[in-house]
Ligand binder design. Structure first.
Ligand SMILES: O=c1ccn([C@@H]2O[C@H](COP(=O)(O)OP(=O)(O)O[C@H]3O[C@H](CO)[C@@H](O)[C@H](O)[C@H]3O)[C@@H](O)[C@H]2O)c(=O)[nH]1
Ligand SMILES: [Mn+2]
Length: 736
């Protein structure tokens, strides 16, 4: 076959406006150098507060250094465009098998209905069904989740053909029904009729599942109908049970594999890997590795898609989009994974908790993509099985999509289940390379990032694709404490990567592009940011009380670089935010959450990392809850900040907020009473501004402490503690 002309399956475009951005960045760097110079040259001159000056120097050195690192994420953005038509023209008959992994771990905070909606959405991909297999890993080993999946396997017989016949979008039933309310009901009479039937089936199924959830167990009749339930006979708790594995749908099961139109459905498998108290289960990484082995025995798809249980597919074309990258004849060889953005359906307009991760997803990931590819973000990511299982990339490597012999043609399902169970047992991994060189890496709370990094260090590339119609939609945390806990896990995990064998700083050296090393370091150094930020949000305000200036006077030429950096960065971040579709209020909220993460999540992440280094603390994985109570959910819609629980992180935030309030009020008092000379404000302009900014941005905390009556306010225990701490610091500082 002579190739007339190679037409690629995807295209890569570089971002326009690079020149403008780069010029701006360079000018900002010059200003930063001036600031450094100012600090160095003035440090010995100040008499009072010399130590404070040293701290300012250290903080500004850190901020400047960190800012330089972040430039790697903005220097060279690229955007990808796949061509699905070419894919189907060339490969429609030869498309590879795709295995889809959905992970769930706790039915109380990850409701079964949500889980099966995700499962149904991925079963209904626009893709040859005999080539799709969907696996649900249930780390809770919950009978109710199993029951829900069983129900879903029956519902799928109606749902999948319905989606395909009417090209429905999105293909999560619950999201689809919800979307009808705003986008309008179908006008086509046959669709409307079928919709009525389907909605009825769905509601009945939902009722049965909700009932089971309410009673905490599955009704006896239902249990007797399916022998799969007998696997729970030996179950003692979610931390102590045998492997439970059930193939619910499979083309070899001739009685039960077809939809109502007579077409084969995707394979569907339930897996709860074995758990024993004496074996550490390694959280999601452990679950994923069991899935990798079990699926290799059942379907062995060359491509693997991994989603969290809340991340349903919102775009039925995503598998094809991803394959355009993998199957491109020239550039597809070296691509190990294709990451889609993690987008969230529950973000409110002004995104109070910055949960949309806007600048990360819209700017920074395309930036990483320019240097070898984005991080693996744990969900919404397609992998080549080979690279995920630890294979190194070499120039000899060649994609081979043809060799998919049908090794499973004759398989007897019961035998297949029995053989596969062994692969998910606790001791299977003993003395193997699983978790080290094979599969997802163990020992890190961000198993995804460290795994992606090690794949890139093996010579592979990755790709970021952000389609116009979002590929996946999930749930972002809806309260401040949840947000802070999630970011603590992330920043702690990322810092551990920096200190681990796979550190982007040294292990990555020579293995990945320098820009990518810098990019990874930005995330790995999230946590240490707490020090400089805490310093900046405490010391200048306290020194304001004493009348000791830490910044140049407004009339001094040294004021110019400070002003340039402040105005330049603020304007830039505002523009970037608008450009990504954000609102002004959203930007302001983003600044606040930026501050809160740095002064609480990151602080505790640093402390925990240090404790762990000395063996005082164990790694944990606090699962983000995906349910919101009703009145909290109302406040969420109104964008009222939800504090609710008492936690040390909130105490820190409240203390800082109050301390700044005291400083600001005392300065204000002096100004009004005319005490202290007015000239002082000229010398202290920047300090007053900083303190005022901190007070202004903390308004929701003062409301939560003193003005609100609802359940989402700051608990009074925190109010008392933070007042005591803040007053203590304030008074002791005045009198020393
Ligand atoms: O022991 C566990 C713990 C968690 N999970 C699953 O892992 C997923 C992610 O957990 P979640 O609590 O939602 O954490 P997030 O912070 O939202 O997750 C992000 O960050 C994690 C790493 O910290 C990644 O694993 C996730 O894929 C990524 O979406 C969920 O589906 C869980 O069911 C397990 O399967 N087993
Ligand atoms: Mn999540």
């Amino acid at each position: 076959m002579g190739r007339v002309e190679y037409s690629p399956l995807f295209e890569t475009r570089r971002c326009r406006g690079r020149f403008i951005y780069r010029s701006f960045a360079i000018s900002l760097f010059v200003a930063i150098c001036f600031i450094w110079h100012y600090r160095f040259s003035h440090i010995t001159k100040g008499e009072d507060g010399n130590w404070a000056w040293l701290g300012m120097l250290a903080s500004e050195l850190w901020f400047g250094f960190y800012w330089v690192l972040t430039q790697a994420l903005r220097w060279n953005l690229v955007f990808r465009q796949p061509f699905k038509n070419r894919l189907s023209q060339r490969y429609e008959k030869k498309l590879p098998r795709v295995d889809i992994f959905v992970c769930t771990a706790d039915p109380d905070i990850e409701p079964a209905m949500m889980v099966i909606n995700t499962v149904l959405s991925v079963m209904a991909y626009d893709y040859p069904t005999e080539k799709l297999s969907v696996y649900l890993s249930d780390d809770a080993g919950s009978q109710i989740t199993f029951y829900a999946l069983l129900e879903a396997s029956n519902f799928a017989k109606h749902w999948v053909p319905f989606c395909k016949r009417f090209k429905v979008e999105p293909r999560s039933p619950s999201a689809y029904f919800k979307s009808l309310v705003s986008s309008g009901y179908p006008t086509d009479p046959s669709q409307a009729k079928e919709l009525g039937n389907i909605k009825k089936l769905y509601d009945e199924m939902e009722k049965r599942i909700e009932d089971a959830t309410k009673f905490g167990e599955v009704a006896k009749e239902a249990r007797l109908k399916h022998m799969g339930f007998s696997q729970w006979d030996s179950y003692s708790s979610r931390r102590d049970h045998d492997t439970i594995l059930q193939i619910l749908l499979h083309k070899n099961d001739h009685n039960n594999s077809k939809d109502v139109d007579g077409f084969v459905l995707p394979a569907l498998v339930y897996l709860a890997r074995e758990k024993r108290p004496q074996y550490f289960h390694n959280f999601k990484a452990g679950a994923m590795n069991s899935l990798l082995r079990v699926s290799s025995n059942i379907s062995n798809g060359k491509i693997i898609l991994n989603v969290d249980c809340d991340m349903y597919s919102n775009n039925s074309q995503s598998v094809r989009d991803a394959l355009c990258f993998f199957m491109d004849e020239e550039k597809g060889q070296e691509i190990a994974y294709v990451q889609f953005p993690q987008t969230f359906e529950n973000a409110t307009k002004n995104d109070l908790y910055g949960g949309s991760l806007t600048s990360i997803l819209e700017v920074e990931f395309p930036g990483l993509d320019g240097y070898g590819g984005p991080l693996y973000a744990g969900t919404g990511c397609f992998h080549k099985r080979e690279s995920l299982c630890g294979m190194k990339f070499s120039d000899q490597y060649c994609n081979d999509w043809n060799s998919e012999d049908d090794q499973f043609k004759e398989a007897n399902l019961q035998e297949l289940e029995q053989q596969s169970k062994v692969l998910a047992s606790c001791n299977y991994e003993e003395n193997t390379l699983w978790g080290k060189e094979m599969g997802l890496k163990y020992g890190c709370p961000v198993e995804d990032v460290i795994t992606g990094l090690s794949i890139q260090c093996q010579g592979w590339k990755s790709v970021y694709y952000n389609p116009p119609r979002k590929a996946f939609l999930g749930l972002a945390p809806t309260t401040l404490p949840q947000t802070l806990v999630q970011h603590k896990r992330w920043s702690e995990g990322d810092l551990q990567i920096l200190l681990s064998k796979y550190s982007p700083a040294w292990y990555g050296f020579g293995r990945i592009n320098f820009g990518l090393q810098m990019g990874y370091s930005v995330y790995c150094l999230w946590a240490p940011n707490c020090l400089a930020t805490l310093y900046y949000s405490i010391i200048p305000s306290l020194y304001l009380l004493k009348g000791i200036p830490l910044f140049p006077k407004i009339s001094s030429p040294w004021f110019i670089p400070f002003a340039y950096v402040i105005v330049g960065e603020t304007t830039y971040s505002l523009l970037e935010f608008f450009f990504c579709g954000g609102t002004f209020q959203g930007w302001w909220n983003d600044q606040r959450i930026w501050l809160y993460k740095r002064t609480s999540s990151y602080l505790f992440a640093c402390i925990d990392t240090i404790l762990k280094l000395f063996g005082f603390s164990e790694s944990t994985f606090t699962i983000t809850t995906k349910v919101t109570e009703e009145d909290a959910s109302k406040r969420h819609e109104k964008e009222i900040m939800e504090f609710g629980t008492s936690s040390p992180m909130l105490t820190v935030l409240a203390t800082l907020a109050l301390l700044n309030l005291f400083c600001f009020l005392s300065v204000l008092k002096d100004a009004i009473l005319g005490e202290g000379d007015i000239g002082a404000y000229e010398t202290m302009g920047l300090q007053v501004l900083l303190c005022g900014f901190l007070v202004f941005i903390n308004l929701p905390i003062y409301q939560g402490l003193f003005l609100r009556k609802d359940n989402g306010r700051l608990p009074s225990s925190i109010a008392i503690k933070s007042i005591v701490f803040a007053l203590g610091v304030f008074i002791s500082f005045i009198f020393t």
